[in-house]
Design a protein around this ligand. Structure first.
Ligand code: ADE
Length: 253
């Protein structure tokens, strides 16, 4: 299934450049991802191609004016308009999560509106935007990086985009938990060795250890995620208590 994303920005090259490399570049070459990148300044009708103005009521900074945005939203794609839903990137949006990435990847198409300066005129958000997302509780200089975060988070979930089809199922957040720690060669590094269980060849025991480590890590770093799952089950608590025993080399008797 192909994912089509329209992006409205005053920095089309930022989006084009990042998206031409790595996973996003490959996904486009494979025909699994299509990006329509629209320059917000194409919607401006004055000689300076202005897209912002001072805020009514005073205050610092500039606000993106509604006219150019509305114009690009409607005239894009040969007059058909941008794909829906239209998502605006702003620090005052709803927190973007892996669940949103999955829903967007499955949706087939959507659009992103990247802001700059002090934000958007509220009327464009009220009338033309379907959803507002923030990628975290910090303020970026604009929505382009946030838009790229959303594009990448969604595009890597399109079947066929990642080499290993299984990995999105086991990674952080897929089960509402952070991912377990991973190790690769060499077996010894800087005096630290790989947990013996991973060399045991016992796949059941490895799976139990990994789940216990994921639970331990999530409990420590993101207790809010454990709470959102309704706390730990009795089986999960029992698994955590066996963590040290699971981690060691299996007893040979
Ligand atoms: N624009 C500026 N800061 C942002 C953030 N944290 N998330 C989304 N868009 C933004």
């Amino acid at each position: 299934m192909k994912l089509c994303i329209d992006v409205i920005t005053i920095f089309p090259e930022m989006i084009r450049s990042y998206a031409s490399e790595s996973i996003l570049g490959r996904a486009q070459a494979q025909g699994l991802l299509s990006l329509g990148i629209h320059d917000l300044r194409d919607g401006a009708h004055d000689a300076r191609r202005s897209v912002d103005d001072t805020p009514f009521g005073g205050g610092p900074g500039m606000v993106l004016t509604p006219g150019p945005i509305a114009s690009v939203i409607r005239s894009a794609n040969g007059g058909a308009g941008v794909a829906r839903p239209l998502i605006a990137l702003t620090p005052s949006g709803k927190q973007f999560t892996q669940a949103h990435a999955k829903a967007l990847a499955d949706s087939g198409s959507f659009s992103l509106l990247c802001g700059r300066y002090e934000g958007f005129d509220q009327r464009v958000l009220d009338d033309d935007v379907d959803e507002e997302f923030s990628i975290g509780d910090f303020v970026l200089a604009g929505g382009e990086l946030a838009g790229l975060v959303i594009i990448e988070a969604a595009a890597r979930l399109i079947p066929g985009v990642l080499g290993n089809e299984e990995s999105p199922l086991t990674e952080s957040f897929a089960e509402g938990l952070l991912e377990y720690p991973q190790y690769t060669k060499p077996q010894e590094f800087s005096g630290a060795s790989v947990p013996p269980v991973l060399l045991s060849g016992d796949h059941g025991r490895i799976a139990s250890w990994r789940l216990a480590k994921a639970l331990e890590r999530t409990l420590e770093r993101r207790p809010d995620l454990i709470e959102a799952r309704g706390g730990l089950s009795a089986a999960e608590m029992a698994l955590l208590q066996r963590l040290d025993e699971l981690e060691g080399a299996p007893k040979s008797d």
